[in-house]
Design a protein around this ligand. Sequence first.
Ligand SMILES: C=C(O[C@H]1C=CC=C(C(=O)O)[C@@H]1O)C(=O)O
Length: 436
Amino acid sequence: MVDPLVVLAKLARASQVTFYWENQVSGESIVAIDAVAKLEITGEARFSSSEEFIQHSLSNLVCFEQDKPNNTDIKNIQPRFFCSFSFFDENDESDYPFSSGTVFLPRWQISVKNNRCQAMVNLAIDANTNIDTILHVVWTKIEIIQSLAYYSPNLNNSPAKYSQRLVANPEKFKASVTSALKAIGAGDFSKIVLASALDIYSRTAFNIFKSLSNLRQQHPNCYIFSTSNGKGQSFIGASPERLINVNNHFLVTDALAGSAPRGKTPEEDAANANRLLLSEKERHEHSLVIDFITQQLLKLGLRPQFVKFQGVPRLRQLSNIQHLWTPITAVVPNNVHPLQIIAHLHPTPAVAGESRDIAMQQIRRYENFERGLYAAPLGWVDTNGNCEFIVGIRSALIDGNRARLYAGAGIVAGSDPMKELAEIQLKFQALLKALV
Ligand SMILES: C=C(O[C@H]1C=CC=C(C(=O)O)[C@@H]1O)C(=O)O
């Protein structure tokens, strides 16, 4: 079976935009290489303009299928539009390497689901196109892709030599938390998510393929992702947070906030989980996210539903950290596009705060780096309006031998600056382990 990650490693060139996506729980992985249609946009209208771009592209798209399976249970995967957005409508840093909105229809889309691999090629055809030449190029490439089923990459597992520098030193981060707590006490806002950044300089260039392969092994229940801009920079990570998944009009979104470390022994782990589930402070932080998501979905005319077990949220247990988690579901009517839902949901209080506008202003004031794609929507939409978007947390921006890692923590009344700093360091360490 061809592994889309191997396809990414072997076939993508630095000058091409790419997207890699893996939902390990559903057993789906997909790689998109190069664009036949692309929109790069900035500003408040980025979600609605992206939707228009997709609708317009769809009106020009003609789909042909080869080898339709006899088994009608197996549905062919549709062409997808791959999207990344930044946290803020506009990036403050003029040299930040990604636009605040990017959508592309890939030239190549290779996916694996239910032990079945599909290759899809999108081609721009006009009156001057020589079909024979194009077909020859396509078939040659498909033969190369098929041959990759037998390719097992030789990974150098010796750890890279590196140095690191915190963009905000720990004392500054704790001072920001203390100051935010004062503002919360004064009633200016009730929650803010403050993030920090860690710069890593490696002696050799980071190997995206090796990092994704590590992330996939170390975080089996997270979404593994990577997108590159075709100019040499990539944004990669392993996110536990689904922003939305729409499958056949059925929407699922995650309220994910409130954290505790995993224990070193089963007893310690269970004690940490119990403390998390019963903590009033963590439950408050979590319920702000549920309330916000519910209100935003109601504004769109949807009827959100969620279930708590015996009145408490569920636990989302990752390899190094555990979170309070409440999946919220709704039915999506025909007239609501996934990007409209995203425009309403992003950013939730899991990554911004409450109230949203004030928290966002304060984030700009407290943080001394550009969030860019960190904590922002990243995912795909298909031609039928199915989609899957995650929130780009537990992530890093890679540029040659430099990596900037991002991690944030929710601050509410009762937060302890030391514990918030420890949470951020825990998140950095998990990511660092996969990169070097
Ligand atoms: C903002 C981040 O995590 C959010 C998601 C889950 C739990 C969180 C928390 O408990 O603070 C954060 O709200 C991050 O990891 O950078």
